[in-house]
Structure formats: C-alpha cells, structure tokens
Design a protein around this ligand. Structure first.
Ligand SMILES: NC(=O)c1ccc[n+]([C@@H]2O[C@H](COP(=O)([O-])OP(=O)(O)OC[C@H]3O[C@@H](n4cnc5c(N)ncnc54)[C@H](OP(=O)(O)O)[C@@H]3O)[C@@H](O)[C@H]2O)c1
Length: 289
C-alpha cells in the first residue's frame, strides 16, 4: 500500500471516495464555524463532519464555499438528529440540510444514534435510501451503532432487497463511533471490516483528556511529535477515518501533520489496551431499546 498522505481517500461501499482525515465541528460555535472550516481547508483537510444537532451546518457549508475549492473535491457529512427520529422527520431534515447549506447533494448522511427503537431506526434509514435514490445524498451510514443494531439493519436491507430488488435496501457505507486506544471496540470494528463498512473514529483525541498520559508521552518524545499526533497516527494506522475537532488554528494544523512518521508495530501494540472500556462521551452502541 502506498504511504498515506493528507490527500488519501478510501473507497466507500457506495462507490464514492471519502478523504481519510475529517475535520469535526461538534461544539464549534456557529459564529466561528465558517472561519475555522476555511482554515482547515486551507491547510489541506477536505472533509467536514457536521450534524443537524451541532447547529452549524449552514456556517460550515459557508466556509466550504468560501474556500474556493471546487465542490466535487470537498466532502460534507451531516447526521439525522436523535430527537424524535422517524421517517417523516428524517425526510424533513434531509430537505432542510440542502436548503441551509445550499448544496445540491450531501456526501454522507448518517443516523446520529440508534436511540428511538427499531421502527424509527428503520424509518430514518428508509428516508436516507430515498435521499440517495433522489440524488440528494451520495452515501449513507450510521453512527453509534453496536453490532446488534448493525445486524438489525442488515437483516432489513436483505429482506427489502429480496422483496423489492437489488439495491432497494440501501448501501451501508459508514459506522461512526467513538474510537481511541481506551475504547477500541473490537467487536464493532471487526463486524464493519468483514462487511467492508468504513469505520470513522470520533473523539480520536479522547477530548484532550490524555494529553499528558504516561503511555503517550514517551511515544511523543520518541517520534518528535505531540501526544495528539500520536493518537491520530494510531487511528490512521488502524485504518479508521479520524475526525479530530479543534477551533484553534495552530491545533488544526498540528492535527494534519501526521504523515511524516509511522508508529512501529511494537509501538502500535503498546497502544493496544485490550478490553479497556473508557468512553469519553455518550455510548449509544450498548442501548437495547
Ligand atoms: N457521532 C457522534 O455521536 C459524535 C460524538 C462526538 C464527536 N463526534 C465527531 O467527532 C469530532 C471529534 O470529537 P470530539 O470533538 O468529541 O473530540 P476530540 O476531537 O477528541 O477532541 C476535541 C478537543 O481536543 C482539543 N484539541 C484538539 N486538537 C488538540 C491538540 N492538537 N492538542 C491539544 N488539544 C487539542 C480541542 O480543543 P480546541 O477546539 O479548543 O482547540 C477540543 O477540546 C466532533 O467534532 C464530531 O464531528 C461525533
């Protein structure tokens, strides 16, 4: 495999390419989102991860447009919010995203979480599938899905294909979950790998709670990098799509400077904390409703 660069992409099951490094905008205030997105694009990011719930789809898209980079070289993700998620509301959210962003299509639309019960999960998925059929969305996926949620969706997709024909159940391209050495989610990652579903890693910096961690500090020293860069490099070498967030221009740059070194196999193993379960955010993957 050729070495990864800031321009590297993965091919999604949908057939579209996703830039491997994403720029997360959770908790990025709407009044600065356009500016920080423009900075991220200036330093080479091409992929922005937003959500209806983040209330910054519009300014994030504004920053993408103001960057002057052609739309087809940029990748915009958003997510159907968990609150009152169902088929009808999901259709509305898709329309509204196109309206507020002014985009002709969304690159990737995800279901933000599995909360809300099977009927609503499937309803939201159907709305996404219809969005793809109508050319409003290129690729679709889920977020915070545990293996049992993924299997429920796969079963529905299969039975829909049997009844209605190939492709009618939609194509699952992505599962976006919290992922870092303290939450490696082997079960979910393995399931996705086996099915060719791309895994996106959110909170890849563990929300800056491990900046001085004794496991990371010696590696940072050894490679002449920051602990944040070590975490992002780990994520890249695991084959994930990391989505670091920062509103600080110097950190936006720092988080993209992860292509001039490689963690050795031995050092990757040091970060293999098998069985450790330390989420730093919510964890809907375990919900059973
Ligand atoms: N699907 C979901 O349910 C879900 C949940 C959470 C997150 N996400 C996505 O994943 C993205 C990232 O996750 P996250 O925002 O939770 O956490 P994160 O990226 O792990 O950490 C963000 C925090 O780290 C700080 N930071 C960034 N770069 C740093 C650096 N080089 N050195 C020191 N500190 C640094 C940021 O501060 P400053 O901003 O002040 O620089 C911010 O406080 C989100 O923006 C969102 O797009 C998705």
């Amino acid at each position: 495999m050729s070495p990864l660069t800031l321009n590297s992409t993965y091919r999604l099951p949908s057939g579209y390419d996703i830039p491997i490094l994403g720029y997360g905008v959770y908790q990025t205030p709407a009044d600065i989102a356009s500016d920080v997105v423009q900075h991220a694009l200036k330093v080479g990011y091409r992929h922005v991860d937003s959500a209806v719930a983040y209330r910054n789809e519009e300014p994030s898209a504004d920053g993408m447009k103001k960057s002057g980079i052609p739309r087809d070289q940029l990748f915009f993700t958003t997510k159907i919010p968990t609150r009152q998620m169902n088929y009808e509301n999901s259709k509305q959210h898709i329309e509204n995203t196109l309206k507020v962003t002014g985009f002709d299509y969304v690159d990737l639309y995800l279901i933000h979480s599995p909360y809300g019960g099977k009927e609503n999960r499937i309803g939201a998925w159907k709305a996404l599938v219809e969005g793809v059929q109508a050319g409003k969305i290129r690729s679709i996926g889920v977020s915070n899905y545990g293996v049992h949620h993924l299997e429920e969706l796969e079963e529905w997709m299969k039975s829909t294909e049997e009844k209605e024909g190939k492709g009618k159940g939609g194509v699952l391209s992505v599962n976006q979950i919290e992922l870092h050495p303290w939450l490696a989610r082997k079960d979910i990652v393995d399931w996705c790998r086996n099915k060719g579903v791309v895994v996106e890693a959110y909170s890849p910096l563990v929300r800056a709670t491990k900046t001085d961690d004794p496991l990371l500090l010696p590696l940072a020293k050894k490679y002449g990098k920051t602990t944040s860069q070590i975490l992002l490099r780990w994520s890249l070498q695991k084959g994930f799509v990391p989505l670091p967030k920062s509103v600080t221009k110097s950190r936006i740059e720092e988080n993209a400077q992860i292509y001039d070194f490689e963690l050795s196999d031995e050092d990757m193993k040091k970060l293999d904390l098998d069985g450790v379960y330390e989420p730093c955010t919510w964890d809907p993957t375990v919900s059973r409703d």
